[in-house]
Ligand binder design. Structure first.
Ligand SMILES: C[S@@+](CC[C@H](N)C(=O)[O-])C[C@H]1O[C@@H](n2cnc3c(N)ncnc32)[C@H](O)[C@@H]1O
Length: 244
């Protein structure tokens, strides 16, 4: 866990997320498409990789009556979150080992994490386990790259406010068909998988073999234990999927 927590515990990273991504207006349009549809009064929400809790503020501006818990591996961010939002719950923990019961949350959300954290399967599996209704994640997808990019070949020079301090984090791009097949293999089988997204140029601070990536938001609807069919609607993504 320390290896993954270290770059995100540095003062610049902590400070950046404490000052940015706190309001609904800070979101990309694609990040809003599903969020407003899955929040409802009384929804119990788990936010994986919550940093200093900005999404609590964003979510409650969409739906004020939510019961929110945020988790993150970076303790300094969680300390700020607890101070800033005493009405929410925050826990320092790793998304691959979520300390909650099965089916505990209506919505399990994870934004801007699986783009810097290569262990997407472990995290989605845990998110799906603790969800009873919706799992919402964003990822960078490309066709035909066979798995997840190696952090040695695909990384991001962290430049908070334009300064590079020598810290890099993985710039994770994942094979589009592998992701869909993985989601369709979850137990219980999801009722639905929906997606939206767009291609964009790779960020200037990224070192990666690819020039464009498809930023994708995926909504998984958890199925009942005996569900045997998934409705796949990935028409909102500019990718031809072989899977699904
Ligand atoms: C790029 S920030 C995104 C913060 C916030 N979700 C947002 O969209 O503004 C990534 C956050 O994920 C956290 N993180 C990275 N890997 C994680 C893991 N395996 N489990 C929990 N949190 C993780 C980092 O500590 C950091 O706070």
């Amino acid at each position: 866990m320390a290896e993954y927590a270290e770059p995100w515990s540095k003062p610049d990273a902590v400070d950046y997320y404490a000052r940015n991504r706190q309001e609904e207006s800070d979101l990309y349009p694609s990040e809003k498409v599903f969020l407003s549809r899955v929040l409802f009064p009384g929804a119990k929400v788990l936010d994986v990789g919550c940093a200093s809790g900005g999404f609590f503020n964003i979510m409650r501006s969409i739906e004020p009556a939510i019961d929110y818990t945020g988790i993150d591996i970076a303790e300094p961010s969680i300390e700020i979150a607890r101070e800033r939002y005493p009405e929410a719950k925050f826990v320092v923990t790793d998304g691959v080992d979520i300390p909650f019961d099965d089916n505990d949350f209506d919505l399990v959300h994870c934004t801007s994490v699986l783009v810097i954290e290569p262990r997407y399967q472990g995290i989605i599996k845990e998110m799906h386990r603790v969800a009873n209704r919706f799992v919402l994640v964003d990822m960078r997808l490309l066709k035909g790259i066979g798995g997840v990019t190696d952090p040695k070949d695909s990384y991001y020079r962290i430049e908070f406010d334009g300064e590079f301090d020598g810290t890099t984090v993985p710039y994770v791009i994942t094979d589009a068909d592998e992701v869909v097949n993985f989601i369709l293999s979850l137990e219980p089988k999801p009722i639905a998988l929906r997606g939206t997204g767009y291609f964009h140029d790779v960020a200037a601070a990224a070192r990666t073999p690819y020039s464009q990536v498809c930023m994708s938001v995926l909504l998984i609807q958890k199925g009942a234990p005996n569900n045997n069919r998934t409705e796949v609607d990935l028409g909102g993504l500019p990718i031809e999927f072989a899977a699904g």
